[in-house]
Design a protein around this ligand. Structure first.
Ligand code: PLP
Length: 450
């Protein structure tokens, strides 16, 4: 019998996170204050984040210890399995070996609890009583609500209004773990009221919900803010994925030639790929591919510039690939990939030619998702299906070239709460948006000047 999955034991959960900043040839640029446009210091971030997370955000140390209290919660589902996609390989008639790291086994069904648990823990030991956050389709809101419940914290979630209506069961998950959840824009914050005054029927956007959550945290002493992607410390916490994968490939006697992850803010891609960066910089021929939607083509068509993390301009400005903070992407069905910017760490590595970026349209994404479900069984999240599509393309290239490459991708979550999106695909209601260059140029022309 040929093995399908490589499983580790709980004692193999990594005890340290890997901080890619230590090894980057060009370090990411310094964040700037949204008002003064001067470099920010720890004290500027202190109203939003507890000090241990701020220290991780600016750390240059290569390895950072994972506290036992975090490992204890991670052990509920970690280590996650690494699967060999034998049935998919067969269907593609490809000589490639395809592996996928399955993060959908977490309680929330995605990779996001890897960081929500760490963030809740550091908030708890720093005296925070409540965490405010935003969520798009609900993956992050549910992951943080789960983590806050573990550590006895209150949690407030600003959920983008269109998804609050479209994804009622993600909202129910958030409430099951005990958080309160509001459809954003709300009238609870200045930022929300401002948007509602301009656009009373606004269906919301991630950038708006971020503005609301940041304002909530900044105006309440016992409340901090939390972000599910983009920031350095978030990507750091996700490296358990790649560190486990390295061990699993070793166990199987394999080495990766191509690493692939879907890319919204960059955290699941980075979690898989970053721990392999040292081998790559040592000269090993290993490609790293971040995959985004053609309807929100941040890395492939955006501009590398300083921009705000939110729509209103409350957050620090960071250097990243961006479509402009005013850009609102079309309503595609991979809600987790609709952010206007990208992680500064991933952006810098793309800029330096170390990480590649690809973009695909949503109908071809769903075709890949359905092929994957029929062959491997797991119904993937639409976000994760971006990585699947790219892996399939790579495997077909291997078949054409007669090369036996080893492809590893991150299956960042399952799609059990995304079946309405599958319905839209089956009834041919999904539109492939080709974004007009003029729309992108307009959004980019509204970038802040520094
Ligand atoms: C949130 C999410 C993503 C995108 O976020 P990243 O920070 O880029 O990883 C991808 N897949 C799933 C399942 C998600 O929930």
């Amino acid at each position: 019998m040929q093995e399908r999955k490589i499983v580790l034991s709980e004692k193999d959960i990594p005890k340290k996170w890997y901080n890619v900043v230590a090894d980057m040839p060009n370090k990411p640029g310094h964040p700037l204050h949204p008002g003064t446009k001067q470099p920010i210091g720890p004290e500027d971030l202190a109203p939003l984040f507890p000090m241990p997370l701020i220290e991780q955000e600016v750390s240059q140390e290569r390895w950072i210890d994972i506290p036992d209290e975090i490992l204890d919660v991670l052990s509920l589902w970690r280590p996650t399995p690494l699967y060999r996609a034998r049935s998919l390989e067969k269907a593609l008639n490809s000589p490639a070996k395809i592996f996928y790291k399955y993060e959908g086994v977490s309680p929330a069904g995605s990779h996001k609890p890897n960081t929500s648990v760490a963030q809740a823990y550091y908030n708890k030991i720093s005296g925070t009583k409540r965490i405010a956050t935003e969520t798009g389709a609900g993956q992050w809101g549910s992951a943080l609500s789960f983590a806050c419940a573990r550590f006895g914290l209150e949690c407030t979630v600003y959920m983008v209004k269109v998804y609050y209506r479209q994804k009622p069961y993600r909202r129910s998950m958030i409430e099951t773990w005990g958080a309160e959840v509001f459809p954003s824009p709300t009238d609870r914050t200045e930022a929300g009221r401002k948007i509602l005054a301009e656009t009373p029927d606004s269906s919301g956007a991630l950038g708006i919900a971020i503005s609301e959550a940041v304002e909530d945290a900044a105006t309440h002493d016992d409340t901090k803010y939390s972000l599910g992607s983009v920031l350095n410390h978030v990507l750091l916490h996700q490296t358990v994925i790649g560190l486990e994968t390295i061990k699993q490939l070793e166990t199987a006697g394999e080495t990766a030639d191509v690493l692939i992850g879907s890319c919204g803010g960059g955290s699941n891609f980075a979690g898989l790929a970053f721990p392999f960066l040292r081998e790559k910089l040592d000269g090993k021929d290993i490609r790293m591919v971040a995959v985004e939607p053609a309807a929100c083509p941040t890395l492939t068509r955006g501009k590398f510039a300083y921009d705000f993390g939110d729509t209103v301009g409350l957050t620090p400005m960071v250097p990243m690939y961006t479509l402009g903070h005013s850009f609102v992407p079309p309503g595609i069905h991979a809600g987790g990939l609709r952010y206007h910017g990208d992680s500064p760490l991933v952006s810098q590595l793309v800029r330096d030619g170390i990480v590649e970026a690809q973009a695909y349209h949503q109908n071809e994404i769903f075709e890949s998702a359905v092929l994957f479900a029929k062959t491997e069984g797991i119904i993937p999240a639409p976000e994760s299906a971006h990585a699947i599509k790219s892996a399939i393309e790579e495997a077909l290239r291997c078949a054409e070239e007669g090369k036996e490459r080893t492809i590893v991708f991150n299956l960042s979550g399952h799609g059990h709460f995304d079946m309405a999106s599958y319905d839209s695909f089956f009834s041919k209601q999904l539109e492939d948006y080709s974004l007009d260059e003029a729309i992108l140029e307009k959004a980019v022309s509204e970038l802040p000047t520094i």
